[in-house]
Design a protein around this ligand. Structure first.
Ligand SMILES: [Zn+2]
Length: 217
């Protein structure tokens, strides 16, 4: 069963967005802003810029605030969102599709932006769908690689929910690939992690892939 109430509107793929969300102040407050500011100033000097010219004066402070936000997940525990569940005798696929996220590639510190699709088959207990989106949010707001992010979300849910299976599919566009290096705008990367019954049972896996992609071009 898909979370989207309206399959027609769900089939129109939303443009990737990058929303700050309401990150807890504790995560934003534990960053050493001054240290980031000094480092950014050094980078500006190193590339041949004048960090004191008008347009750049506020840049180190701005970048520090941005990094605090982008890496806020380092200080947050995604398990906080999987503790609350409900007893429910539902044992079909629960899918949350198109969870938009913005993460930072740890190799270049450039953003990769995309959507996560997370499905699970409950075994007596379910969690709120927004909690799954929260887990994606926390895990994405760290220096990341997409493969590890996919695995981390799947492992956390299979461990914490005690469910029959978890499937995580992530599609993202990596700016380290689109704006530099091989410069291939429009390319995207797809990763998946299948746990439990989604791994062992081909028809269950096909069913979830059909739910994720079935009614899309
Ligand atoms: Zn990269």
């Amino acid at each position: 069963m898909s979370e989207s109430p309206d399959r027609d509107s769900a089939s129109r793929r939303p443009a990737p967005r990058c929303e700050p969300g309401d990150l807890p102040a504790v995560a934003l407050g534990s960053v050493d802003y001054g240290r980031i500011e000094r480092a950014v100033r050094e980078i500006l000097i190193a590339v041949g810029e004048d960090p004191d010219r008008e347009g750049l004066v506020e840049t180190p402070a701005r970048v520090a605030r941005m990094y605090a936000e982008m890496f806020a997940g380092l200080k947050l525990d995604p398990r906080e969102h999987t503790r609350k569940f409900f007893t429910e005798e539902y044992d079909e696929v629960v899918l949350v599709r198109d969870i938009s996220f913005c993460s930072m590639c740890e190799h270049h510190l450039l953003p990769f932006i995309g959507q996560a699709h997370v499905a699970y088959i409950p075994d007596g207990r379910v969690i709120g769908l927004s909690k799954i989106a929260r887990v994606v949010e926390v895990i994405s707001r760290r220096p990341q690689v997409q493969e590890r992010m996919t695995e981390e979300i799947a492992n956390l849910l299979i461990e914490d929910l005690g469910c029959k299976g978890v499937a995580v599919v992530i599609e993202a566009s990596h700016s380290c690939m689109t704006i530099r290096g091989v410069k291939k705008p429009g390319s995207s990367m797809v990763t998946s992690a299948m746990k439990g019954i989604f791994r062992s049972n081909l028809s269950t896996r096909s069913e979830v892939m059909q739910l994720i992609y079935g009614n899309r071009k």
